[in-house]
Design a binder for this molecule. Structure first.
Ligand code: BG6
Length: 483
């Protein structure tokens, strides 16, 4: 793969929650990979900050462990790791008190990009933001990075937005939805807006429906107590699947510019129809060969939280009025796969006998694994004996098409470097997050008011039967399952 690495300006990145799970799994390994690729300047620094009373050396040891556990062997070499950890240091900080703030002020430089990454519980976002300002550490061009969960409903999301807005301007806030950093998700925009081929067909006249699936094989064990207060709707649909829907459905912005793109996404969210109770299926996995039941994983035998959800979503605008979007996500499913399928309509009239397996065109954007795009087209089966038709994929698997052994970069690599570059395009704006909650809240409130219980499903399956029926009743099928 031909990958170009354009160095970024020097920076001080203060990582709050530096001893946490996300820092170890994603943030520090991603920074290391950018360092290894030569993108991180030699005088840039990562300043870990957390409650634990660690020394610089203790922190460097934990950074080494994170690299060891979460970076592929091909990218590990001792000299590079030594050089990277030399750029890391640590300051113990009391988020709600006074400890550590003077030291942090002394450590952070004023003549480089200053980024503050809150990889901590949202309950302390406001305290951290306030102390960064009141101690004169953050300034008008510093950047703030926050992670989901961004609220649990509209009210809490508004309160969080307000707590950040008290100290930082919206142009300084980078709300991460890591799905936006995935290569194929960005490619969806390239395919739609850099090719003339699709746009004329990209509407309800030619598209029958869209399917968006994010299926995982993992359960919620290990994070069951958090997940049980969230569920698939809050954990995945309100953010990741909503972003995928927006990028698929939005109008072309007139420039690839942060606010123009986010304005278009916001318009889509505001055009979503309210979801009727009969258009949603919730599920919860049973015990199986892969592990315990959801109820055991979450240590809540009476839990009514969904580990699976499928829903039919309508968009009330000219482009999509009669084209439903079916969304589906779940844990402990048959296989890990995430994809968007744009199912075109059938030809208006066929001149051939419908012999063979001809099907309407479908464009599939595979997010993971096996990132790529394929377009199902109908051709003639080779050989004599009439016009027998068959459907074949025009397949562009990125790893083959871009010719490389090289790993596709993790979403966090792209996103963290965008923060340093000051590019907000792939980050969610506050009003977008609030609009997404405004649409999600009535769905969740309806379940709570009715005391709905999720349908149980077998591990390693495609979710509850009712999720298949959601499409069958519209004479449609989930494409990956039933062709
Ligand atoms: C996270 C969710 O945001 O995304 C997890 O909280 C989920 O529940 C994860 O497993 C999926 O991300 P990825 O990049 O592994 O597909």
């Amino acid at each position: 793969m031909v990958s170009r690495t354009i160095p970024v300006d020097s920076f001080d990145l203060v990582l709050f929650g530096a001893t946490g799970d996300l820092a170890a799994r994603k943030i520090l390994p991603s920074l290391y990979r950018r360092f290894q690729a030569g993108q991180m300047p030699g005088d840039a620094r990562i300043i870990g900050a957390a409650r634990s009373d660690l020394t610089d050396d203790d922190f460097r040891t934990s950074v080494r462990k994170a690299i060891d556990a979460f970076v592929s062997e091909a990218k590990k070499d001792k000299a590079t790791i030594d050089a990277f950890v030399a750029q890391c240091c640590y300051i113990p900080i009391d988020a709600k008190g006074t400890g550590g703030w003077k030291e942090l002020k002394k450590a952070v430089r004023d003549d480089v990009v200053k980024a503050f990454y809150f990889s901590v519980a949202p309950a302390i976002f406001g305290d951290l933001a306030d102390r960064l300002r009141s101690n004169g550490i953050a300034c008008d061009n510093s950047r703030l990075v926050v992670e989901k969960p961004f609220g649990t409903d509209l009210e809490t999301a508004r309160a969080l937005n307000d707590s950040l807005a008290a100290s930082f301007d919206e142009t300084q806030i980078y709300r991460i939805d890591h799905f936006l950093g995935k290569e194929t998700v960005q490619n969806l925009m390239a395919v739609r807006f850099a090719n003339v081929l699709f746009e004329p067909l990209w509407n309800e006249r030619y598209i029958d429906h869209v399917q968006i699936t994010v299926a995982e094989t993992v359960g919620v064990g290990g994070r069951g107590s958090y997940y049980d207060t969230s569920g698939a709707m809050r954990d995945m649909v309100q953010n990741h699947l909503m972003q995928l829907l927006c990028l698929t459905a939005m109008e072309p912005p007139n420039q690839f510019d942060p606010d123009r793109l986010r304005d278009e996404k916001l318009k889509v969210i505001r055009s979503l129809d309210p979801v009727e109770p009969g258009d949603v299926v919730r599920g919860q996995y049973k015990a199986g060969s892969e592990g315990p039941s959801y109820a055991e994983d979450s240590e809540n035998p009476d839990s009514r939280t969904e580990s699976f959800v499928a829903l039919k979503v309508g968009i009330s605008n000219w482009r999509w009025k009669h084209t439903p979007f079916y969304l589906r996500t779940g844990k402990r499913m048959a296989r890990r796969h995430s994809e968007i399928v744009v199912q075109f309509k059938d030809t208006p009239h066929s001149i051939f006998d419908r012999d063979g397996t001809s099907k309407a065109n479908a464009l599939t954007i595979r997010l993971q694994p096996d990132e790529g795009i394929d377009l199902a087209v109908t051709i003639k089966e080779p050989g004599p004996g009439g016009m027998r038709l068959t459907t074949v994929p025009l397949d562009m698997t990125f790893a083959d098409a871009l010719g490389g052994e090289e790993e596709i970069p993790d979403a966090y690599e792209r996103l963290i470097m965008d923060v340093i570059r000051g590019n907000q395009t792939l980050f969610m704006r506050g009003d977008e997050v609030e609009a997404a909650w405004a649409w999600t809240d009535p769905i969740i409130q309806g379940w709570e008011a009715r005391g709905d219980k999720p349908n149980l499903y077998a591990q390693g399956s495609s979710g509850p039967e009712e999720a298949l029926a959601l499409l069958h009743r519209d004479h449609r099928r989930w494409r990956d399952l039933e062709g």
